[in-house]
Design a protein around this ligand. Structure first.
Ligand SMILES: NC(=O)c1ccc[n+]([C@@H]2O[C@H](COP(=O)([O-])OP(=O)(O)OC[C@H]3O[C@@H](n4cnc5c(N)ncnc54)[C@H](O)[C@@H]3O)[C@@H](O)[C@H]2O)c1
Ligand SMILES: [Zn+2]
Length: 282
C-alpha cells in the first residue's frame, strides 16, 4: 500500500522526483515554538538528552569533503543540467551523455573522504544513540566513515556503482569503462541485456520503495530528528522531517542558510556542520 506521504511529490519550486507522485506540499502548519534555542550549546544539550536520534543529511554535509552541493553558488546545477530519467530511457544520445559525465567524474561525487560531519554521525552511532542516517546524498561518505550499511538509508541511490534498470543486477562502473570508451555505446546488462544506469535516482525516476519505507518508520519512532545540510526543497525526501515532527520528535536543523522548515523546528542553527559538530560531538 502506498504511504500517504508518497503523494507529496512536487515542491513549490516545481522540482519533482518519482513516478506518479503528484500533489503540492502544503505550507507547514504553525510551528510549536519559534526556535528560541540557537547556539551550539543548545544543540549539544538537545543531542545529550535524546536517546533515539535519526540524522537526515543533504549535500551540505559533504561540501567540506570537496563535493559541491546543488544550490550554493558554484553548485552542481549551475554547471550541469540534470538528465531526466525519461530522457535517459528514451533517448540514446542522452544515455551517451550520461555515461560521458560518469566517466569524466565531473560531478565529483565519488572518491572523496568523509569529514568531521560524517565522523560526528558515526560517533553518535558508536554511542548507541543513532537509529540511522537517512541521506539524500549519493557519495557513499556515511559508509566510508565506518557507519554500517544497515545504519544508512539512501533515498537517492549511490553514485559508486551502476545497476540494470530491468533486472537490478549490480555492475561496477570501472568494469564498464573500457567498453564505453572504445565504442561510445552505453553499457547494457551482462545478464539480461537491459539498460544499465548509475545507481542514483534521477529526476523523474521512482523513489526506491524499501529505503522510503525504512525512512518513514525511523522518522516516526525517533525522539530527535536532526537535519544536517539540506535545503529541504527536494520532495518527497523533504516531507520526511514533518513525519517525525508530527509523531512527536524534536526537530533540529543545522544548516548554513535558512530552510522552509525553520519556522516549525525546535532548534535552528545557521552554522558550518563540521566545525559545529567537531566542537559538540567529536
Ligand atoms: N554529495 C552528494 O551526494 C550530492 C551533492 C550534490 C547534490 N546531491 C543531490 O542533490 C539534491 C540536493 O538537495 P540537498 O538538500 O541535499 O542539497 P542542497 O544543495 O539543496 O542544499 C544543501 C544545503 O546545505 C547547506 N550547506 C552547504 N555546505 C554546508 C556546510 N558546510 N555547513 C552547513 N550547511 C551547509 C547549503 O546552505 C544548502 O542549504 C539531493 O537530492 C542530493 O541527492 C548530492
Ligand atoms: Zn539485467
Amino acid at each position: 500500500m502506498t504511504s500517504p506521504f508518497f503523494q507529496h511529490a512536487v515542491n513549490r519550486r516545481g522540482i519533482e522526483i518519482g513516478d506518479g507522485l503528484i500533489g503540492t506540499l502544503a505550507d507547514p502548519q504553525g510551528g510549536r515554538q519559534n526556535h528560541p534555542m540557537s547556539t551550539r550549546q543548545d544543540l549539544s544539550r538537545l543531542i545529550s538528552s535524546a536517546r533515539r536520534i535519526v540524522v537526515f543529511t543533504g549535500a551540505g554535509i559533504s561540501t567540506e569533503s570537496g563535493i559541491p552541493d546543488f544550490r550554493s553558488p558554484g553548485g552542481v546545477w549551475s554547471q550541469i543540467k540534470p538528465i531526466l530519467f525519461q530522457d535517459f530511457v528514451a533517448k540514446p544520445e542522452r544515455r551517451v551523455e550520461a555515461w560521458r559525465r560518469t566517466f569524466s567524474g565531473r560531478a565529483g561525487w565519488v572518491g572523496r573522504a568523509p569529514n568531521d560531519g560524517h565522523q560526528a554521525v558515526k560517533a553518535l552511532w558508536d554511542q548507541g544513540k543513532l537509529t540511522c542516517a537517512i541521506t539524500q546524498n549519493v557519495d557513499n561518505l556515511h559508509q566510508a566513515s565506518g557507519l554500517p550499511d544497515e545504519a544508512v538509508v539512501e533515498l537517492h541511490g549511490n553514485a559508486g556503482y551502476a545497476s540494470c534498470l530491468a533486472c537490478g543486477l549490480r555492475h561496477e562502473i570501472e568494469d564498464l569503462r573500457p567498453g564505453f570508451e572504445a565504442t561510445e555505446v552505453p553499457p547494457s546488462c551482462r545478464a539480461c541485456g537491459g539498460l544499465v544506469k548509475v545507481a542514483t535516482i534521477s529526476f523523474g525516476q521512482s523513489m526506491p520503495l524499501e529505503p522510503m519505507r525504512r525512512a518513514e518508520a525511523a522518522a516516526r519512532s525517533c525522539d530527535l530528528f536532526l537535519i544536517l545540510g539540506s535545503s529541504l526543497v527536494v520532495y518527497p525526501a523533504a516531507a520526511i522531517p514533518r513525519l517525525a515532527r508530527d509523531a512527536g520528535a524534536r526537530l533540529a536543523i543545522l544548516n548554513r542558510e535558512p530552510t522552509d522548515l525553520d519556522d516549525t523546528a525546535d532548534l535552528v542553527l545557521h552554522d558550518e556542520i563540521g566545525p559545529c559538530l567537531r566542537e559538540i560531538i567529536l
